[in-house]
Design a protein around this ligand. Structure first.
Ligand SMILES: Nc1nc2c(c(=O)[nH]1)N[C@H]1C(S)=C(S)[C@@H](COP(=O)(O)OP(=O)(O)OC[C@H]3O[C@@H](n4cnc5c(=O)[nH]c(N)nc54)[C@H](O)[C@@H]3O)O[C@H]1N2
Ligand SMILES: Nc1nc2c(c(=O)[nH]1)N[C@H]1C(S)=C(S)[C@@H](COP(=O)(O)OP(=O)(O)OC[C@H]3O[C@@H](n4cnc5c(=O)[nH]c(N)nc54)[C@H](O)[C@@H]3O)O[C@H]1N2
Ligand code: SF4
Ligand SMILES: [Mo]
Length: 761
């Protein structure tokens, strides 16, 4: 990748209000320039409508059918659709003129700007250019390489969270039919810590609240480690609704994100002209990685107040009936020292006590979180502590209360429900066996980090990705790129060209697929697919636009086509491809909660999956109770002169897809190689605002460097820093992962700043 300073970067004051008129202008401008007026209008009016397609961007839920507006999308949803439905195309002529080396020199932004992929492409061993290949030959080649492996465990099947339920189901079926559970996915880098902690403590690895719990019921909404203004923009409308009926919002974040502060609703006249709604009532400028200490501190305060006035703070009826581990957890809070809490959280005892005051005044509390919580070494412990916090006052399984991890990709939660996981439970595998009549492998497979290790060590022959951008999204870029190149064959099912197609195995295939927005025509007629949002609603998604090229195939058709090339007609692959209802019937028989799938998904808006804690306060844990846990602080030791770096998304990207070089809310224009640092830290280390610096990460196995970042003085707590991913991924050590979930610690990398060589050049 190109590493160069971007002299075009300008830095403005960060904004204190999100959305409003500019957002509307940006989305319309982008839509028309990419898609044209007719295609753009057709796309945007079908988005998030009951008979249209699901927004391909984030997993935020839609309002109930009948309560949707005609423009049920946000600026970033519009960008995602414009990106997919662009009129730009690349085919054989493009690949004939551009060598792999030439394309590798381009930035992620430039690569995807070329447009939609249009036909299957093949890279022969030793070749410098991709060449066209027929679908039959491509699938046959893939099958030949898979069959040549000495063991099925020498293949890995990666899924990115945009894949539909139907595509994900057939993908895991293919891997397991072949005989491996090597099903790494983007969730391993995302909410894996949430799934791990919630499964252990409440018996279900998902959130337990619905959209109306936020809009209509919660008294207090706590938002930690999440930047909704950029990453889940319509969440701001839900928060605005909550505020208007009197709910309080507490946010904890090392960055004062615009969307947390104030919101102008673009769908309401008052949002276009007024000052907008103030969202956060209490903002806690927590230190990066300080949330475990913060929640433990609040729990300690609640315990102290309960002990002072027994029966006034805790919900003893709930705790006695539904929970275990309570006494042990209390002992942990009693032993905690305030000095340790303050040091780790960066918050004063007073701030934490005030937060506890908000909690005591609220009958019902929801906690929302995202990557600011899950991507730390202590992430699982932090989420267990969030569960403790909720359990103490019975804030689960009643209106307006509960844990709410806000998911990333639009169907990442659904993919997991469909069996995309390297360690699905035996109960799932038993049903898969009964449905299809083969014995699935039981040995756990590789997750994302273990897949990279296996590639690095020469233990993977074939890597197949259903979407995503593996080498750019994963940690330790240099290590991952070398690892990927050791594969015999790398295969990418994709809509646009990205870095992972250029950091290839000995041979490589790019298999271009339909996107969410496009009509999917199969033997039995036009198909729809289904997705599950962050709040467990399952609903239809039906593409409306003409496909970007006549040669594109649907993800389902590509995966089942490979199934047929490998195994003939044994599991009815062709029937599944021809009519997705056949797949949904299999899902109904294999996945719990999908009874009468076809009928229920036909109801406008879809149906909600059962979640024991929400529905009936049942907790499917090892003890059958909700579990209090004891979570020692485990704060990161930062050596003198070093900072903890977190990596974030700008307002102009979707993960590794870089739409543009601006980050409007944070005041950055024209470039992405910036590092946000507290002004006093810059001064202490002899730097000035605007200096060109290298970021050097230090870990037990050595140092890693990312060159030429512009230092930006920013209101983040002392000792903290932030930069954008994927540029900063070179700094994340492969072996630095969350305890219990193996998620890369992309939000806590220890770095120091050095003056950049390029500064003198
Ligand atoms: N437009 C757009 N939408 C997206 C995405 C996108 O890239 N672009 N990505 C999608 C995906 S896959 C995901 S997972 C989600 C991600 O959604 P987010 O989690 O909101 O994404 P990040 O940019 O990683 O932001 C993390 C936030 O946590 C804060 N943070 C960092 N460290 C800490 C900490 O230690 N404690 C606390 N309290 N806060 C911390 C950061 O300052 C930042 O505000 O968004 C989804 N939606
Ligand atoms: N440092 C750091 N690293 C991170 C994170 C972080 O916060 N910091 N966040 C992590 C998180 S939360 C996640 S989820 C991962 C994301 O990891 P991935 O899911 O692997 O990456 P994406 O950037 O979402 O994938 C983008 C690519 O998907 C393809 N694509 C888009 N739409 C479709 C489609 O409809 N079908 C198919 N088949 N392909 C499509 C396009 O070719 C596009 O280039 O990154 C992780 N990496
Ligand atoms: S909030 Fe998320 S799902 Fe909704 S329109 Fe915006 S990007 Fe799409
Ligand atoms: Mo994610």
């Amino acid at each position: 990748m190109v590493e160069k300073p971007e002299d075009a970067i300008t830095v403005h004051q960060p904004e204190s209000v999100a959305v409003g008129r500019v957002a509307v202008q940006v989305s319309l401008k982008r839509a028309i320039s990419e898609m044209g007026v007719a295609r753009g209008t057709r796309a945007l009016t079908a988005m998030n409508q009951v008979d249209g397609f699901d927004c391909p961007s984030c997993a935020w839920p839609d309002p109930q059918a009948g309560h949707r507006s005609h423009a049920e999308f946000c600026e970033n949803g519009a960008k995602a659709v414009s990106w997919e439905a662009t009129r730009d195309r690349i085919g054989r002529a493009f690949f004939a003129t551009h060598s792999i080396d030439e394309l590798r020199a381009q930035s992620d932004h430039e690569l995807e700007l070329h447009g939609r992929l249009t036909e299957p492409m093949y890279l022969a061993p030793g070749s410098t250019h991709y060449e066209p290949i027929s679908w039959d030959d491509a699938l046959a080649l893939c099958a030949t390489r898979l069959k040549a492996m000495p063991s099925a465990n020498r293949a890995a099947f990666y899924t990115s969270g945009r894949a539909s339920n139907e595509a994900a189901f057939v993908f895991q079926l293919l891997a397991r039919r072949l005989g491996t559970n090597n099903l790494p996915d983007c969730s391993n880098m995302c909410h894996e810590s949430s799934g791990t902690a919630l499964t252990e403590t409440i018996g279900v690895g998902k959130g337990t609240v619905n959209l109306d719990d936020i809009t209509d019921h919660a008294d207090l909404i706590v938002i930690v480690g999440q930047n909704p203004g950029t990453n889940h923009p319509r969440m701001l409308s839900a928060l605005e609704a909550a505020k208007r009926r009197g709910a309080r919002i507490v946010s904890a974040n090392p960055l004062p994100e615009a969307g947390l502060v104030r919101f102008k609703n673009p769908q309401k006249a008052r949002g276009l002209i007024g000052r907008g709604t103030a969202l956060t009532d209490r903002f806690l400028s927590v230190r990066v990685n300080g949330d475990l200490a913060m929640f433990a501190g609040v729990n300690k305060v609640l315990l102290e107040r309960e002990e002072r006035a027994p029966g006034t703070v805790f919900d003893h009826a709930f705790i006695d009936t539904y929970c275990d581990g309570f006494e042990e957890a209390c002992q942990g809070w009693r032993e905690l020292e305030w000095s340790a809490i303050e040091a780790a959280s960066g918050l004063s005892r007073r701030e934490i006590e005030d937060f506890a005051g908000d909690v005591m005044a609220a009958n019902s509390v929801i906690v929302c979180w995202a990557m600011g919580i899950t991507q730390h070494r202590n992430a699982v412990a932090t989420i267990r502590e969030i569960v403790n916090f909720l359990l103490l006052r019975g804030n689960i399984g009643r209106p307006g209360a509960g844990p709410s991890p806000i998911r990333g990709h639009s169907n990442v939660q659904g993919d997991r429900t469909m069996g995309i996981w390297e360690k699905m439970p035996d109960s799932f595998l038993d049903r898969l066996r009964d449905e299809f009549g083969f014995e699935p492998p039981r040995e756990h497979g590789y997750d994302t980090v273990d897949t990279i290790r296996a590639m690095r060590d020469g233990r993977i022959d074939v890597f197949i990705a259903l979407g995503g951008n593996f080498v750019a999204a994963t940690p330790d870029t240099a290590v991952t790129e070398t690892a990927m190149a050791r594969c015999r064959l790398t295969v990418h099912v994709a809509t646009k060209l990205n870095r992972s197609h250029l950091v290839h195995g000995e041979e490589a295939l790019i298999l271009p697929c339909l996107g969410r927005t496009e009509r999917d025509h199969q033997a039995s007629g036009d198909q729809f697919v289904t997705v599950e949002d962050s709040m467990s609603m399952v609903h239809e998604s039906r593409g409306r636009l003409e496909p970007g090229s006549p040669h594109l195939r649907s993800e389902v058709s590509i995966v089942t086509g490979l199934g047929e090339a490998l195994f003939g007609e044994d599991l009815g692959w062709r029937a599944m491809a021809g009519d997705y209802r056949v797949i949904r019937r299999h899902i109904e028989n294999v996945v719990p909660g999908f009874e009468s799938f076809e009928e229920r998904v036909a109801t406008p808006g879809g149906f909600v999956l059962p979640r024991g804690p929400h529905d009936s306060r049942t907790f499917d844990t090892v003890t059958g109770k909700a579990r209090f846990t004891r979570n020692p602080l485990d704060a990161i030791e930062v050596p003198e002169g070093h900072l903890i770096l977190q990596t974030v998304r700008s307002h102009d990207q979707f993960n590794t897809t870089v739409y543009g070089l601006n980050d409007r809310y944070r005041g950055i224009e024209g470039g992405r190689r910036v590092v946000f640092v507290n002004e006093s830290d810059l001064a202490d280390q002899g730097f000035h605002n605007g200096d060109l610096v290298d970021l050097v990460s230090v870990y037990t196995d050595g140092e890693r460097r990312a060159s030429a970042f512009r230092a930006v003085a920013y209101p983040t707590p002392r000792g903290c820093a932030a930069a954008y991913f994927p540029e900063a991924n070179v700094l994340v050590p492969l072996d630095s992962t969350a305890i219990g979930s193996n998620t890369p610690t992309s939000k806590s990398i220890i770095i120091r700043l050095e003056r950049s060589e390029l500064a003198h050049a």
